[in-house]
Design a protein around this ligand. Structure first.
Ligand SMILES: NC(=O)c1ccc[n+]([C@@H]2O[C@H](COP(=O)([O-])OP(=O)(O)OC[C@H]3O[C@@H](n4cnc5c(N)ncnc54)[C@H](OP(=O)(O)O)[C@@H]3O)[C@@H](O)[C@H]2O)c1
Length: 405
């Protein structure tokens, strides 16, 4: 049955806005009625190409409207907190892309900041405080906060959850990875606009899925989530590996300013189980998104992207020129795994359907909510603290209110 119409305003008109829009378009009860971007011309072009009625250069114009139910924030990470809180204060439900937020310096309008001059402890405290403010603003305004962690909605991860439940499984160890050859977005190059490097930008996906799966397992087994307990991490800059920069041709994205392009963390949960996560920008051959669950009664692999219902070969790249193959694949030549429905396998339409349903049915909570986003920020910035101080960080012992500055 079709629910009541939900009218959406998009804030941001870049890469993620495109697949969010496509996901909304698959829901007959949704109408995207406006889009705003920092550059008005970009919003206008985005709207024109898609037949969206209104385009603005200032997102406040969307918040001022009384005919919009749901705001979708698809701006770079540094520009998540302000519009989310403003949307909540204007009484509108809100979706925000991952990561929920982070630490971007004290005042991002005042030029660059030297990330090395700021302790990871201070960043941890500020980032968690930012995330808390967002969750609190939505809670006190009684609006939906959908945290767009698509790994939670990927059909492979949803199937894994059902298999784990059928097997009455205890997940003992999880492995997760997101990797590709580097981001297209200039915002990802700097801590000031991204809030971190690969560990935050890419690692937030498998981390979100791990926290989600252990939460669901806890609710199934004990009636409450199984919480993360401690984290140990290391980070690196792989494009500074000796000899790399001397090469004249690079297949990997270069030009990272002050963010890591490799991160790995081990997360320990309160039931004694562990998760091992790797996130990096040193992966050729297309995006690599995988999860694996080692449980006491079963073992499950989730090939989110790539997956292989279709396998193809072309003797040269031009053969498949007119057809999409897969995200961030360097060449269409040779054997490939063409995505049959990449958005669906990524969980994009499913996450939007869940958020829209929460707007239609008051009291319903999203599968991926603001608290999950807050936990991802907490664990990731604790991981940065671990990497900086070279020690395991116990999450419950880290005060978020006694900063060093
Ligand atoms: N779930 C996923 O798989 C996935 C994939 C990619 C990205 N993401 C997330 O999506 C978000 C956006 O990333 P993206 O790749 O779409 O970036 P992008 O392609 O660089 O696009 C960002 C858009 O936001 C606009 N913008 C920037 N600052 C703004 C502000 N203060 N107010 C209003 N609009 C503003 C930009 O406009 P101007 O160009 O005019 O500044 C641009 O239209 C990030 O948080 C990222 O982590 C998620």
């Amino acid at each position: 049955m079709r629910g009541k119409e939900v009218r959406v305003g998009l804030i941001g008109a870049g890469f993620a806005a495109r697949f969010h829009y496509d996901a909304f378009r698959s829901l007959p009860e949704v109408k995207v009625v406006a889009v705003a971007s920092r550059t008005k011309e970009k919003a206008e072009a985005f709207a024109r190409e898609r037949g969206i009625p209104d385009a603005y250069g200032d997102y406040q114009r969307i918040l001022d409207r009384t005919d919009i139910d749901l705001i979708d924030v698809v701006t770079p990470n540094f520009a998540h907190k302000e519009p989310v809180i403003a949307a909540a204060q204007s009484g509108k439900n809100v979706i925000v892309e991952k990561p929920l937020t982070g630490y971007f310096g004290e005042d991002w309008t005042e030029g660059e900041f030297d990330r090395r001059q700021v302790s990871a402890r201070k960043m941890y405290e500020r980032a968690v405080a930012n995330a808390r403010e967002m969750v609190e603003a939505c809670r006190s305004a009684k609006v939906v906060l959908g945290y767009a962690e698509n790994f939670c909605y990927a059909p492979t991860v949803q199937k894994a959850l059902r298999l784990l439940e059928a097997a009455e499984a205890i997940v003992l160890y999880m492995r997760g990875e997101e990797a590709h050859s580097g981001s297209h977005s200039p915002y990802s190059m700097r801590w000031k606009t991204c809030g971190g490097g690969a560990l935050l930008r890419l690692g937030s996906h498998p981390l979100g899925a791990m926290l989600y799966v252990k939460k669901k397992e806890g609710v199934r087994r004990f009636g409450r989530p199984i919480r993360p307990r401690a984290v140990t991490a290391t980070i690196a800059n792989l494009t500074q590996v000796h000899g790399f920069e001397k090469k004249t041709k690079h297949f990997l994205v270069t030009g990272w300013v002050d963010v890591e392009n490799f991160g790995t963390l081990i997360i320990e949960f309160e039931d004694g189980s562990v998760g091992l996560l790797t996130a990096h920008d040193a992966c050729l051959g297309g995006i690599y998104n995988v999860m694996e669950f080692f449980a006491d009664t079963c073992r499950i692999q989730c090939h989110i992207n790539p997956n292989n219902p279709c396998v193809a070969y072309a003797p040269e790249p031009t053969v498949f020129e007119r057809e999409y193959i897969a995200e961030k694949l360097e060449t269409k030549a040779g054997w490939s795994f063409p995505s049959v429905n990449e958005d669906f396998m990524n969980g994009y339409p499913q996450e939007m359907a869940d958020f829209v349903r929460c707007v239609q049915e008051p009291g319903r909570e999203p599968e991926s909510d603001g608290v999950l986003g807050l936990d991802v920020v907490r664990v990731t910035y604790a991981a940065y603290l671990s990497a900086e101080e070279g020690r395991k960080v116990a999450l419950d012992q880290e005060s978020e209110h006694n900063g060093d500055g």
